[in-house]
Structures are given as C-alpha cells and as structure tokens.
Ligand binder design. Structure first.
Ligand SMILES: Nc1ncnc2c1ncn2[C@@H]1O[C@H](COP(=O)(O)OP(=O)(O)OP(=O)(O)O)[C@@H](O)[C@H]1O
Ligand SMILES: [Mg+2]
Length: 233
C-alpha cells in the first residue's frame, strides 16, 4: 500500500433490499469491499443495477438492509441520525445525479452553503474558496446567477463545486458529468483525478467512457454483485 493510501470505507457483507407491494427487490448482495484514500474508483453498470443505491449507502444517506459499514474503522450502524449527519458533513462530499441546488440562492451562495456551519472559515475565506472553485469550473461570470438562469451543465458544475468546499476526505459522485460536453467532462474528471492523487478517496458512478482514462480501479455492478473489471487503457 502506498504511503497516502489507507482504507477509509469498508463494507462487510452489505445487502440492500427494497420492499415494495409486489415483494422484495434485491439490489445488492453480500458486498465486501474497501475504498482507500488516494484512489480514484469508477462504478459502472446498467441502468437499475444499483449504482445510486450503493452511492447512497456509501454517502450515509441510506442504510444497508444487513451487513456492516465502517468509516475510518468506526462501525456506523449504531450512530444516531445527528452523528451520521456530522460524519457526512465533515468527511464526505456528495455530487448527486440531480443537483438539488437551492433555487432561492445564486451560484456563489449555493457553493458557500455547506461552509456556513464550518467554524474554520470566516465569511471572506468562505467566499474566496467558493469563488476559486467556481472559476476553476468555468463559472467566473455566472456567480450571481440563480439556478434557473443557469444551463443544466452549469448547475451541475455549481453542485460539484459545492460538494468540494469543505475539503472532504471522500468524494462520492453519481453521474457528475451526465449533462456536460466532453470539454467540461474532462475538466471535472481531471480535477477529481488530481484530488485522488492528493490523497482523497474518489468514487464516481458514471456511464462515460472517458472515466477509464482516469480511474485506478473500475467496478461493475452486475447480478447484485460488485466485480472489478480490467481497465484496458
Ligand atoms: N426507494 C426505492 N424503493 C423501491 N425500489 C427502489 C428504490 N430505489 C431504487 N429502487 C430500485 O432499485 C434498483 C436500483 O436502483 P438504482 O437507482 O440504484 O439504479 P442505478 O444503477 O443508479 O440506475 P441508473 O443508471 O438508471 O441511475 C432499481 O431497480 C430501482 O427501481
Ligand atoms: Mg442512478
């Protein structure tokens, strides 16, 4: 294991079923896997195979039906909702499939939002961190735009910037480039790669073929299981 590579998230025998009127839907079965710092993971698989379900579990937004989730060696199943929110806020950056921007705040305010409860930064620092990220993703001239005045791809980039402001240890992204053209997709993947090289654990769900150029490890969800696939590039 490299020096900056340590296991952050461990799943042990994780299963996920959804209950519906027509019976149980089994989505994930007996996942045993470790996600390390300093690595870029891609998760692929057909629509409906369970990618978002897995990201929601990894992001502590949903609990496994059975099995264990450990974050930095700490089992999470007995944590209270508040402890889980704190753990998530301080350690995990989430980029959602739908962006969930606050419609009443402009781009800059949306990006600054997760930092409001972060006591490490004063208002000026919060603003400069948010501006720097927005500039990085090509939104220098869109900071005062409201979400409805932004294109889908611009909203997606605002949401990506927002997920990074608290400098999380783990970055979870569900189709982060679904609405982006190739140029912007490459900017995002390169940036995520850079973050992993600087020690972050980056886990990206994607249908994009581009990701193969950046990912260290690719997993495919198929038949309820997660299998590593060879990266030919
Ligand atoms: N809350 C829920 N209740 C019941 N079934 C659900 C629920 N959420 C997801 N499912 C089902 O679980 C399966 C996996 O869904 P999931 O959203 O994880 O797929 P996905 O791989 O992310 O697909 P996509 O690529 O289309 O986003 C699907 O068959 C879906 O219908
Ligand atoms: Mg999905």
């Amino acid at each position: 294991m490299k020096k900056n590579e340590e296991k952050i998230i461990v799943l042990k025998n994780v299963c996920k079923n959804y209950k519906s009127k027509k019976g149980n839907i089994n989505v994930l079965k007996d996942l045993n896997i470790k996600f390390n710092s300093g690595k870029f993971y891609a998760i692929i698989g057909e629509s409906g195979c369970g990618k978002s379900t897995l990201i929601n579990i990894l992001g502590l937004l949903d609990k496994p039906t059975s099995g264990q989730y450990l974050f930095n060696d700490k089992p999470c199943e007995k944590l209270t909702d508040n402890e889980i929110s704190d753990l998530r806020r301080d350690n995990i950056g989430l980029m959602f499939q739908d962006y969930l921007l606050n419609p009443y705040m402009n781009a800059l305010e949306n990006v600054m939002l997760p930092m409001l409860i972060n006591k490490n930064f004063n208002k000026n620092e919060r603003e400069s961190i948010a501006k720097e990220l927005l500039e990085k993703f090509g939104l220098k001239n869109r900071m005062s735009h409201m979400p409805k005045q932004l294109s889908g791809g611009e909203q997606q980039r605002v949401a990506i910037a927002r997920s990074l402001v608290n400098n999380p240890q783990v970055i979870l992204a569900d189709e982060p480039t679904g609405n982006l053209d190739e140029k912007n997709e490459i900017i995002i993947f390169k940036y995520l790669k850079e973050l992993s090289e600087n020690g972050k654990c980056v886990i990206v769900v994607t249908h994009s073929k581009q990701v193969k150029k950046y990912a260290d490890i690719i997993y495919e969800i198929k038949d309820l299981e997660l299998k590593e696939v060879a990266n030919e590039t």
